[in-house]
Design a protein around this ligand. Structure first.
Ligand SMILES: [Zn+2]
Length: 595
């Protein structure tokens, strides 16, 4: 719980000149895309120490010290984490906002214990006598030890040697227990949590190891075991490989979600680095938020069997609730990403990623193939399966498009479908951009003070319906919003045409949208409440865009400008909260100041 905000730490890490900084301590020479030099940690004379700017990390092939720019300062100069961050920030000219007196992180002993364990496990995989079984296992999967060691993989032997090793490092049992590294048996004796397992280190977004996922080698159950929940390890709030993938996610403007640790490993070794996996469970809303911080488009790459599809669609709904664009890539039957890349290489996988389709289309394809759309009862069942996805789409335009598509495919009138989406959604669902799953906000904040009116599909649509009501609404709406703020093109054209009294000039698509709106009308819905919510929504979207623009500028400005931008960000954010209280939650995941 360091007091430096995560997004600032990210900015600092990304801005740091890793080669320059390490180059002050080590004589580095370029070697391909990396740099090599003698290792400052074990005092080697050969060029076994690699600095890999693309991954923002260093690694020694002899003593296996590894880490990022902050770890380098910590290991080389004995700094603690916040000091290392501040030192690098100072060099790159990023001002770290002072946020009151900084005390030591109360969880520091846990991080240290897990880091020490990770080092020890890695050594067992590398050269431990019992590690042979793991080395052979990796070999059988076509994974070279030299390529997986820099990723921090380890091996937990079957016996009690782990206990002795930790004791010799002076780590106390209570700390090891709290860090999830030991378990207490019923008779009160202690045992290592992981025995006879290949271990995948799980990092938090700051690239600190906080736990492990372990694959059992040999007979027994369960095949995969994660660290238990600890103060620093929450499996529903972490993603495997996010610490390494997030830079690639930004660059590629996409994320790829797979199911298993080996899938992640294989893809990133093949050079597709924007890949993450949940930790052996279904995707949670917290994990969806984490992804949204780094990419706006995600491709789900799960097995194509029934279980894989169920996991795909459940995960997709969580991601749609976070307003991500969600595509589904389809693997050939019987393949997983790991086997596919082994067989066909990165190019084979890229071809499959290129064929990814929108999750809603994928759902429709499957329903169609199963013959659901051919009969009347089948169509009803098909709709029941489509509705959760339509409701999950928190982006109003996406939802609008899904409804049109579903109405067309199932042969129902769109207004009927819309009512079903709206009515059932009124209690649980929430289609405005801050849509959050219940439980993350108090109900007091979540509930509108007004009795919830039956809402049309989107704020944009609401405004058009009001526009069609005539005065005084027409003038009010024209004053409150500009045509450019309508993201759904037919609606933008309809707005312009109605405002200009030129509906005859509408294109065919827009004319159809216009006719649908006229046919629907406001009915008995309260125009005042609708107007207020819709205008607030549009305003919130404006403010949100403003925040995004500030975020984009921030890393490139001088410290003075940055300070004023951060102040500006806080002002915009406060305004956003006022306009749309539920935005508070949506913004928190962006690391807005003051949260
Ligand atoms: Zn070394």
């Amino acid at each position: 719980m360091s007091l430096i905000p995560d997004d600032v730490i990210d900015q600092v890490r990304e801005a740091a000149d890793l080669v320059g900084i390490i180059g002050e301590h080590v004589e580095l020479k370029r070697s391909g895309s990396d740099y090599r030099g003698p290792c400052p940690f074990h005092g080697g004379t050969h060029r076994n120490f690699a600095v890999i700017p693309k991954k923002g990390m260093f690694y020694c092939f002899v003593c296996h010290e590894a880490g990022d720019v902050f770890t380098f300062f910590m290991k080389r100069l004995g700094m603690d984490y916040p000091t290392a961050v501040r030192e690098v920030a100072r060099r790159v000219g990023i001002t770290i906002p002072e946020r009151g007196p900084s005390g030591p992180d109360p969880h520091e002993p846990l991080y240290s214990a897990v880091a020490a364990a990770a080092d020890w496990f890695a050594r067992q995989l590398r050269e431990g006598p019992e590690g042979d079984v793991a080395r052979q296992y990796l070999g059988s999967r076509g994974l070279d030890l030299e390529t997986v060691l820099p990723l921090g993989l380890g091996y937990a032997p079957t016996g009690r040697s782990f206990l002795d090793a930790m004791k010799s490092l002076g780590l106390r049992d209570e700390v090891l227990l709290e860090a999830g590294l030991l378990i207490k048996r019923e008779d009160g004796t202690l045992a290592p949590s992981f025995r006879g397992r290949l271990l995948f280190p799980i990092h938090d977004p700051r690239a600190r190891v906080v736990g492990f996922g372990g694959r059992l080698l040999g007979a027994g159950e369960p095949k995969y075991l994660n660290s238990s929940e600890t103060p620093i390890f929450h499996k529903g709030r972490l993603l495997y490989n996010l610490h390494a993938a997030k830079h690639a996610m930004r660059k590629a403007e996409r994320a790829i979600l797979v199911e298993g640790y080996f899938d992640v490993l294989r893809l990133s070794l093949a050079g597709i680095e924007e890949v993450v996996a949940p930790l052996g469970t279904g995707l949670t809303s917290d994990q969806a938020q984490l992804i949204r911080r780094h990419a706006s488009h995600i491709i789900l790459l799960y097995d194509s069997d029934e279980a894989g599809l169920r996991a795909t669609f459940r995960g997709a709904d969580e991601l749609l609730r976070e307003r991500l664009r969600v595509s589904v890539a389809t693997l050939p039957p019987g393949e997983d990403p790991d086997t596919l890349v082994q067989r066909r290489g990165a190019a084979g996988l890229e071809a499959i990623l290129k064929d990814a389709v929108d999750v809603f289309e994928r759902k429709l394809q499957i329903l169609e193939r199963k013959g659901f759309l051919g009969t009347l009862p089948g169509r009803r069942r098909a709709l029941d399966r489509l509705l959760p996805t339509i409701r999950a789409a928190a982006d109003p335009i996406t939802q609008e498009l899904y409804m049109s598509r579903a109405a067309e495919a199932a042969g129902v009138r769109k207004d009927v479908l819309e009512r079903e989406v709206t009515n059932a959604g009124a209690g649980s669902g929430e289609r405005y951009p801050s849509a959050r799953s219940a439980g993350t906000v108090s109900t007091g904040e979540n509930r509108s003070p007004l009795p919830a009116p039956a809402l049309p599909a989107s704020a944009e649509k609401t405004l058009l319906l009001l526009l069609l009501e005539g005065e005084p609404w027409k003038s009010k709406v024209i004053q409150a919003v500009d045509a450019e703020e309508f993201e759904f093109v037919p609606y933008r054209e309809a707005f312009e045409a109605i405002a200009d009294d030129a509906v005859l000039s509408l294109s065919e698509t827009s004319a159809r949208a216009y006719e649908e709106l006229r046919a629907e009308g406001l009915g008995d819905r309260d125009p005042n409440a609708l107007y207020e919510r819709a205008v607030n929504f549009i305003e919130a979207r404006r403010l949100e865009r403003q925040l995004e623009q500030i975020d984009q500028r921030l890393p490139f400005e001088t410290p003075e400008v940055q300070a004023s931008l951060i102040a500006e960000k806080r002002r915009v954010f406060d305004e956003l909260r006022k306009r749309y209280p539920r935005y508070k939650i949506a913004m928190r995941r962006r690391g807005a100041p003051g949260t």
